[in-house]
Design a protein. Sequence first.
Lengths: 358, 192
Amino acid sequence: MSEENKIRTVAIDAGTLFFQTAEQDGQDIKLQCIRNAFVQINATDDIEDVLRQNNWQYVKDDMNYYVIGEDSLKVAKLFPGSVELRRPMQNGVLNKNEPEKMLIMSELIKKTIGETKNNKSVVCICVSSPSVDESVDSSFHKARLTSMLKRLGWNVKVIEEGLAVILSERPIVIDAEGKEAPYSGIGISFGSGRTNCVLAYKGLQIIGMSSACCGDFIDKKVADQLGVPISQVMSKKEKELDFEKLNEDDDILYALNVYYETMIEYVFKHFAKKFAEVKSEFDAPLDVVVAGGSSCPNGFCLKIEDVIKGLKLPFKIKEVRRSSDPRNSVVKGCLTQAIITQKKILKASEDELSAILG
Amino acid sequence: MYLIANNSKSEITITDLNISLRPKQALDLHKIRSSDEIEKSKNLKSAISSGRIKFLHKEANNAKKEEKTEIIVQNQFDKEGLLKDIQALLSKEVDSKIEKLNTTQENNFIQNERLLILLQSIQKNMSKSSTVDVEKKNIIEDISISSDKIIEMHSRAVGKMSKNVEGNIISPGKKVKDENVVGNANELDKLI
């Protein structure tokens, strides 16, 4: 089978901050990560030369050039005030206020995973669970992403982001009889645009919820409260925030700690409510596995344990642990699902395809 | 309507009708007294005949008298003051019509009836529209579109938006060894 026609198994995590892909490559996995941001530059005679000379990555249409990824940050810093850093995604979904989102996203998809000529190829994407706070329409986002991928020949499988964490991290529940149930527990992705939370049992999702209380929320709140630029807050968060050795004399770190605690409490309270609503019965203590860029600060799991001690939850928690690769956990979980779906497609007939893909 | 005005510079009291008029004040007697009482009032007749009170207008068949009276009004009255009084009177008239929708007085009846009909018609239209809203809501909830059609719609939109688009995006990526991904998939395949 030629390279062009080979069966491919791919995953996409189109996040608010980063656009990530993972592809099975034999025993290896090929990971790609592009910052999901861009700046617009008006077309002039020599602009393309400038872009090529600087080796900046760009997309162009009839009228404009759009520098994307890390290069967009560079351009934005070079021309502060003249160019605006824009995002195709906001709060975990396609940014409804961004007119060029489809242009950017379609080009990102084309240049990362591209087209497939084999009708057994599978891509698994993740979307946010239903929101408990803001009214965020995931259905448009899901339909748009799916259509972009189907146009390129892919079979598309969609799962919720929290479930991807569970598939990747394999939490276990041990029941009263001592039997192990793998891929059972709570998976939480603390992302930039949204926090996603799922309860699953043996890989099957039971409940899911998402909230806007997340990384971007924390950055903005701290910046607003202290009157400092968001970039300064983000830098402190990434480089200095350590919940085990918190420097409370530093105003920004102190405020970050406060808002992290707020976020954790908010997420668990809402998840507990959802849990109670479906009257889910889990007697055995649950593993909580966390991932996502906002879970990266050192001591984050201890912080969670500390906060939830003071909460009345309708379930017991055995352990809180973080993914060993928190930034890639979601896309790897999606790839796991893509592999499972691929196996089923290879065995199934045409009629069974839609049932498998959902 | 039986409109009179105080032509003098002092207040006039018509005792047998129990009314008082300020200087230059105009008044529709039919508002407060019946035609019968007005016709029988000797004080009124005396005041009119003396010129202290001027008769302005009556709804009836005394057209000629009205004309004469009108001419006299133009020559002898403070026009502006009179206009103001008439305006005040008319606005009072409108207010009383709004308040007394169900009055039995013959002069008000037809206009009140019209107002009532208008209000009823408005109410009907309001209740109709809320029924329509409920019906619309039910219809919207019942509609479901197949996911294939939705995806086809989006696909066409995306196709148009990304027409004539090129780029030089290169993302080499990195290869990592992660046995968990395939291992987990195999395990889950048996579980699910």
